[in-house]
Design a protein around this ligand. Structure first.
Ligand code: B12
Ligand code: SF4
Length: 526
């Protein structure tokens, strides 16, 4: 395998000793346009690197409006409209790749550190590919969920020679230290490193990060407008606060169980762990002082997966803030007592997974073991409260057919009217998940393919019983099937295809059944 950089990155002989203050790290966040929220990883790395006196800069693609990072969606979903300009958010008119080249040229980094999820990898790859030959001397390290679960795909593309699997805090600092000192870094835990001879060093995971010892994230490299994120029709000053890392559950379509599997195999303990309430609240206090937060976005896969006494303590301490917040949680964690606590905390909105309306499919394919009644109970507990709840569904999963998808629709039709279920997600076979393996074993997806930016709203499975176009058509009309009487379902079906006639029917039906959503905009985030 040929090396990406044209110098011997692994040996001391070609490196010049540098003090940390002379060593420049360019953090790169190749984000989907408008998918706003300052990433915690970049905030953490800034704090950690600055703590060791490295020189750090950032390139963030969130506010560029061009095709490469465009949030193209294949259908419209029903989300409340909002106006970025209400908070003065502006999109850049300049070309992102040109600006990136200029940034590298002007900053002259010693290391480029790119953070990607699967859907943003192709954006990052284009950014690195666009660099002129003279900048190919700069080592590139990749990290994030996609790097963790598909390091071989990144190395195959020859856009860098270092990939970080799992947590980056310790590995990135060690890499910078070794590079400064001109020492070899082919043996750093968590890193896969391709050396000058093309030999790939696959280092297993090292020690886990101590969540209590981490510094507070430093977002000062982000432009001021990067703090804004839309929710519920408004644009808020939003900060993510980590209260847990990973998830104790097993869902087969999600990356979190994979993190536990890899950590158990290589580190001997689960990836999933909680941060103390004390430390979590200390970070909240710090970030609130720095940024005057209007909306907290809890960075926790299952926010309520915590002991009762911790939750009670959190509720009590939160009395001093009562900042509206969003959280993700599992239906199993919803109780009357939890819902009362969430009301007291002034929660704005929560997302709870439904995923599928057929209990057998949920159990056998998704490893989610609740009955439909148990699932429904969670939503009933949340109904009529001061907060709103979204029930998330996924369609287009392996071996699903139209009838099974309609079982999911039927389930949502039976939920209380104030539960928001108008949108659904199209299944993305993410690397590192069990359901991807099933899809690959059935021949529904090419093992080398990955979910690209546009795929966030399109199916990439080729299944004989369910075409990609049908999945997109049902996703488009999901919110109509939910509210319209069945006598009108034939008309809705006419609105499914991607044709001008079908779109005209779609607009008509939206005006009829979802008048508040006329002009519904596209958005495809969790
Ligand atoms: C908050 C969140 C969001 C927020 C903020 C995004 C952000 N970048 O912070 C919003 C709502 C905007 C969002 C959007 C999306 N998200 Co999201 N999101 C999350 C969530 C819940 C928490 C992320 C987080 O802060 N984790 C805590 C930090 C500490 O972990 P981390 O980011 O992974 O970083 C660590 C390591 O990965 C590594 N690392 C990361 N980057 C780098 C870079 C280098 C150089 C190194 C060395 C290491 C390194 O070190 C970090 C510290 O240990 C995760 C679920 C999860 N459990 O992580 C999903 C998750 C990341 N999201 C996911 C997806 C799919 C998306 C979307 C594509 C959804 C969509 N369809 O539009 C978009 C993509 C936007 C984007 N650019 O990320 C998937 C990614 C799956 C994958 N295999 O790639 C996840 C894992 C959810 C899941 N379980 O499937 N998301
Ligand atoms: S509960 Fe959510 S985060 Fe946890 S494994 Fe399931 S889908 Fe992933």
């Amino acid at each position: 395998m040929r090396q990406f950089v044209d110098l011997d990155i692994a040996s001391a002989s070609r490196r010049v000793w540098k003090k940390p203050a002379e060593f420049k790290v360019l953090l790169v966040y190749p984000n989907i346009q408008q998918s706003a929220m300052m990433p915690y990883s970049m905030g953490l790395f800034t704090a950690l690197l600055r703590g060791e006196h490295y020189d750090v800069a950032l390139f963030d693609s969130t506010f560029y409006a061009e095709e490469l990072n465009s949030n193209y969606v294949h259908y419209r979903t029903f989300v409340k409209q909002f106006d970025w300009y209400e908070r003065g958010v502006e999109f850049r008119q300049s070309m992102m790749l040109e600006d990136f080249r200029a940034k590298v040229e002007q900053y002259e980094p010693d290391l480029i550190a790119v953070s990607v999820v699967e859907n943003t990898y192709a954006i990052g790859r284009e950014m690195i590919r666009t660099l002129p030959a003279r900048n190919r001397k700069i080592p590139v390290i990749w990290g994030g969920p996609f790097a963790t679960f598909a390091p071989q795909l990144i190395l195959r593309d020859n856009v860098g020679d270092i990939v970080c699997r799992g947590e980056g805090e310790i590995a990135l600092l060690e890499l910078c230290k070794r590079m400064c000192q001109g020492r070899s870094f082919t043996d750093i835990p968590n890193l896969w490193v391709r050396d000058a001879d093309g030999v790939l060093h696959r280092n297993p995971l090292g020690a886990q990060v101590d969540l209590e010892a981490l510094p507070f994230a430093d977002y000062s490299l982000f432009e001021e407008q990067a703090i804004y994120r839309p929710m519920e029709g408004r644009v808020w000053r939003t900060i993510g606060i980590e209260s847990q890392r990973g998830c104790p559950y097993q869902c087969t379509y999600c990356n979190s169980p994979g993190q536990n599997r890899v950590a158990l195999a290589e580190q001997g303990s689960k990836f999933y762990r909680r941060r103390s309430v004390e430390r979590t609240m200390a970070e909240l206090e710090h970030q609130h002082r720095m940024h005057n937060i209007e909306l907290v976005y809890w960075l926790a896969d299952t926010f309520l997966a915590l002991p009762q006494r911790d939750f009670d303590e959190l509720v009590e301490r939160y009395d001093d803030y009562r900042i509206p917040f969003w959280m993700n949680t599992r239906s199993e964690t919803i109780t009357e007592r939890a819902a009362d606590g969430l009301e007291r905390m002034n929660m704005l909105r929560a997302s709870i997974g439904i995923e599928h309306g057929n209990a057998d499919y949920r159990r056998n394919y998704l490893k989610r073991h609740q009955t439909n009644q148990q699932l429904r109970n969670a939503f009933e507990i949340c109904s009529g409260r001061s907060f709103r709840v979204t029930g998330n569904c996924i369609i287009g999963m392996p071996d699903e057919d139209r009838a099974l998808i309609f079982e999911t629709l039927e389930f949502t039709r039976g939920l209380p009217a104030d539960v928001d279920t108008a949108g659904c997600f199209i299944f993305a076979p993410l690397h590192g998940t069990e359901l991807r393996k099933i899809a690959e074993s059935r021949g529904y997806v090419d093992p080398k393919s990955f979910c690209d930016i546009g795929d966030a709203s399109a199916s990439i499975l080729d299944q004989p019983q369910l075409s990609r176009a049908e999945v997109i058509g049902i996703a488009k009309t999901f919110g109509l099937y939910q509210v319209a009487p069945k006598s009108d379902w034939d008309r809705i079906r006419l609105a499914e295809p991607d044709t001008p006639e079908a779109d005209a029917m779609f607009d008509l039906l939206v005006r009829e059944y979802r008048p508040d959503d006329v002009g519904a905009v596209a958005a495809s985030e969790h």
